[in-house]
Design a protein around this ligand. Structure first.
Ligand code: PLP
Length: 458
């Protein structure tokens, strides 16, 4: 390591790192304090350079599903690095770990998977999905069928197209997004969106009707795909209302619109099923995975291409030539080795089933502790994803003044008590997504710390 002898780690960071999602002036001026220097982690806990230990109730950014410090994965990474640190996958080259991983993903992914294309992040995988939609419809002789519909409050990344798919305006502001041709439809959040007395089923039908109207307004011959997370994540950790996916898929089928399931958070057990699509009866044409694929140990994402799309691509190959899309690091062998080691753990320790059973306990405890609190509007979640939403008035659902930053204050109070629970970027929401290896007693500790932090702020 090349160290600058005269500067501390915090000083080097402050003077040279451009941090994502950080108020730049507050950070530069020191108002936010020093950066937290995370130095190690084991199981569900991390610690920092000051010697503080935290329960990571958010698994990093919903990714460290197998927990920190798993030596099996570190060893698999090292073995591959010693053997062959890099080779590319262009023009029919491969590595052993990559072929094994791909075979595994095709066998386990939802829908009718045919092939796997690799990237490094959820954002670039969704960018690939958009290109696949355009390519597929060009090859079918439908060059107008290119628009992609996502949902308000959906999160799909922050590159040009994936950032446009993301349905929260603060991700677009001052960045010239959304890109033309990316549209948004209503978010499926019953608590906020339903009319008084409207059932979940009726609300789902209304959202599907709105989607249909949007497709008809644009012209079905111009709409190529619909992208959505099975459980809406960063936009609020919101499981779909009853009947939602059945109604939505009926509309998509009617107008020959592809379904892209963004499984970046839900994939590999988070919801208590292997995929969110499995849990909600979705039959996607394209599936995006990242995060849990390697549990964050190294960057890796995948766009899993279903038969419907892939068959058209192969069929057209004599006419259009090579599939001209790929990255230097598509299918990096070290990332593939890490993914295989992670998926071995997910299978051996039955982490999906575990997320389902411990998840039931988690959802119950969250409701028991929070549902009656005066400032809590809704407690929701599925598996090991959970959220508590704060409101100023439970009767009228009046929101808190955003200046009060209630969500951020509860999150800060939790952190001071040794728990990381995320203040979600949209609304006053405290979010939870602990590693899937969390135990029942650790769940009790997480809920208890969050409860005491909330009481402190109330
Ligand atoms: N899709 C979903 C559902 C996500 O939650 C995220 C990130 O949180 C992304 C895509 C983007 O992934 P990345 O941050 O790896 O680009």
């Amino acid at each position: 390591m090349s160290m600058n002898e005269t500067k501390s780690i915090a000083e080097m960071d402050r003077s040279s790192v451009l941090h994502p999602f950080t108020q730049l002036k507050e950070f530069a001026s020191g108002k936010m304090g020093d950066p937290t220097i995370v130095t190690g982690g084991k199981g569900i806990r991390i610690h920092d350079a000051r010697g503080h230990s935290y329960i990571d109730g958010f698994a990093g950014l919903y990714c460290v599903n197998i927990g920190y410090g798993r030596t099996e994965v570190a060893e698999a990474i090292a073995r591959q690095a010693y053997k062959l640190a890099y080779y590319h996958t262009y023009a029919a080259h491969t590595t052993e770990e990559l072929a094994i991983l791909s075979d595994r993903l095709v066998r386990m992914a939802p829908g009718k998977p045919s092939k796997v294309f690799y990237g490094l992040s959820g954002s670039d995988a969704n960018e690939t999905q958009a290109k696949l939609v355009w390519y597929y419809n060009n090859l079918r002789g439908l060059p107008k069928k290119k628009k992609i519909i996502s949902r308000e409050c959906g999160y799909h990344g922050c590159s040009v197209i994936s950032g446009s798919m993301t349905g929260m305006s603060f991700y677009h502001d001052h960045m010239d997004l959304p890109f033309p041709g990316i549209l948004h439809t209503g978010t499926p959040h019953h608590y906020w969106g339903a009319e008084p007395g409207e059932t979940e089923e009726a609300f789902s039908r209304r959202r599907a009707d709105e989607l249909e109207k949007l497709i008809l307004r644009e012209g079905p011959e111009t709409v190529g795909a619909f992208i959505a997370e099975p459980v809406l994540g960063t936009g609020g950790i919101t499981p779909p209302p009853a009947g939602y996916w059945r109604e939505i898929q009926a509309v998509l089928r009617r107008y020959d619109v592809l379904l892209i399931a963004d499984e970046v958070i839900c994939g590999f057990g988070r919801t208590g099923a292997d995929f969110g699509s499995t849990l909600y009866g979705m039959d996607p044409d394209l599936v995006t995975v990242a995060k849990g694929l390697t549990s964050g140990y190294v960057p890796l994402s995948a766009a899993i291409v279903g038969e419907r799309v892939y068959d058209v691509m192969e069929e057209a190959a004599d006419r259009v030539g090579a599939f001209s899309h790929g990255y230097t690091y598509s299918g990096h062998p070290i990332a593939a080795a890490a993914a295989n080691a992670v998926l071995d753990i997910v299978e051996k320790e039955k982490l999906s089933e575990r997320a389902r059973s411990i998840g039931l306990h988690f959802q119950r405890r969250l409701k028991e502790r929070f549902a009656q609190l005066e400032i809590v509007g809704e407690v929701r979640g599925v598996g090991l994803l959970g959220a508590v939403e704060f409101v100023a008035d439970r009767q009228t659902k009046r929101r808190f003044d955003p200046q009060l930053k209630i969500g951020a204050r509860v999150s800060k109070a939790a952190r001071d008590r040794g728990l990381i629970a995320r203040a979600m970027p949209h609304g006053d929401i405290l979010g939870f997504a602990p590693p899937l290896v969390v135990s029942e007693s650790e769940i009790d500790e997480i809920v208890d710390l969050a409860y005491r932090a909330t009481k402190q702020v109330m």
